[in-house]
Design a protein around this ligand. Structure first.
Ligand code: SF4
Ligand code: FES
Length: 373
């Protein structure tokens, strides 16, 4: 069995934004009992002992935690590479300086669009102007800046403007990734999936920008897998390289695995009850789809099973109700018609332009001592 190299710590599901593409779970209230500062520090220490090198601090909005500086400092002392994944809201100049001093290595700032009205519409709250300020602060403090843009039907036509904005911000890297349909993005999938024409336009823009910006800004572009013949090797395979700990301490092989665990009656494994080492080696949820013994045909006899591992277990569960089926994205899957139907809907010429997303719910702030008021 491989050892994990990455830990995604979803510190809180509190968030000032309400993005309809959010992959957080729908039942946000189930995660109000957040791990405390000392519990997270223990998790980080156990992760480092297991060989984890990269710690991604996310949420919700991780800056909602009042102890974020202390958590970064403890991870830094353990030798972990720390990456803050943030909307930027809550990153004042003084807090940014504290995080820098505590050893935070990298900042990944989410961007919704290059235009204020659309950006604030997608985020469900005024945030565009603040992000401009935060991008400058990040560069002023000497951090590498990655912009993280979830692409979808509402913003993909703005891709040229978004790249131009990234250039103006002096970003080192921009990740333009089409939405993964988990959590809130799952219920909004029909409004999020772009048309083929939109994708064709985006690919031309990205190709031109990559040539022009080679050596100055790295551009990652991920198409929606609904338009691929084969699925992505999601998470590099189930419980193979990474794991996630969510705000209440449940440990998951991927951030979206809550739903299939509940759906299949697989017990959760919580860091309050078990060590990370035991969870990685023995927890039933981590064992469930490790390796290839769970695979049905066509995956079982397919030469690509070492390449894509049968695709995404969460997507298989969300679309078929059975996480042990071949990812329907694969054109060899018996369920591929589900994907073809969604793609046909996205390309229906009679479809009105501009859909309305169901906004991600907000949750009250549990453990008030944990969060910034
Ligand atoms: Fe991948 Fe399974 Fe499709 Fe083969 S059949 S390409 S292993 S998803
Ligand atoms: Fe969970 Fe792909 S999102 S395995």
């Amino acid at each position: 069995m491989d050892k994990p190299y990455g830990l995604l710590a979803e510190l809180t599901y509190a968030c000032p934004l309400k993005c309809g593409y959010c992959s957080n779970p729908l039942q946000l209230d189930d995660y109000r009992d957040e791990l405390g500062t000392e519990e997270w520090k223990r998790v980080f220490a156990e992760a480092a002992d297991l060989g984890v090198l990269q710690l991604h601090l996310s949420g919700g909005e991780p800056l909602q935690r009042h102890d974020i500086v202390e958590l970064v400092r403890s991870a830094n002392r353990l030798g972990l590479y720390t990456n803050l994944i943030t909307s930027g809201l809550g990153l004042s100049r003084s807090r940014a300086a504290e995080l820098r001093e505590a050893g935070l290595d990298h900042v990944q700032l989410s961007i919704q669009s290059d235009e204020q009205p659309l950006s604030d519409h997608i985020a469900g709250t005024p945030s565009f102007a603040r992000k401009q300020v935060v991008a400058k602060q990040v560069k002023d403090l000497g951090w590498p800046l990655t912009l993280n843009v979830v692409l979808h039907r509402l913003n993909i036509d703005r891709i040229a403007g978004i790249i131009a904005m990234a250039e103006a911000m002096n970003a080192d890297r921009i990740e333009l990734a089409n939405t993964q349909y988990a959590g809130w993005a799952g219920i909004n999938q029909p409004e999020l999936l772009p048309s083929r024409g939109q994708l064709d336009h985006a690919e031309v823009v990205v190709r031109e920008a990559r040539e022009r910006l080679e050596g100055s800004m790295e551009i990652i572009y991920v198409i929606p897998d609904y338009y691929s013949d084969y699925p992505k090797p999601c998470m590099d395979g189930w419980a193979a390289r990474q794991f996630t700990v969510v705000p209440n301490g449940d440990a998951l092989p991927c951030p979206a695995a809550h739903e299939l665990a509940v759906g299949h009656g697989i017990p959760s494994a919580n860091v309050r009850e078990h060590s990370l080492g035991w969870i990685w080696d023995q927890a039933p949820l981590f064992q469930a789809f490790r390796g290839d013994s769970w695979m049905p045909d066509p995956c079982r006899s397919c030469e690509r099973k070492e390449i894509d591992f049968g695709g995404c277990r969460c997507q298989a569960f969300a679309l078929t109700g059975d996480a042990a089926r071949t990812d329907p994205v694969c054109h060899l899957s018996p369920d591929h018609g589900l994907i073809e139907a969604a793609v046909a809907t996205a390309n229906d010429p009679g479809r009105p332009a501009g859909g309305i997303l169901i906004p991600r719910a907000t949750i009250g702030r549990p453990n008030r001592a944990m969060t910034v008021q």
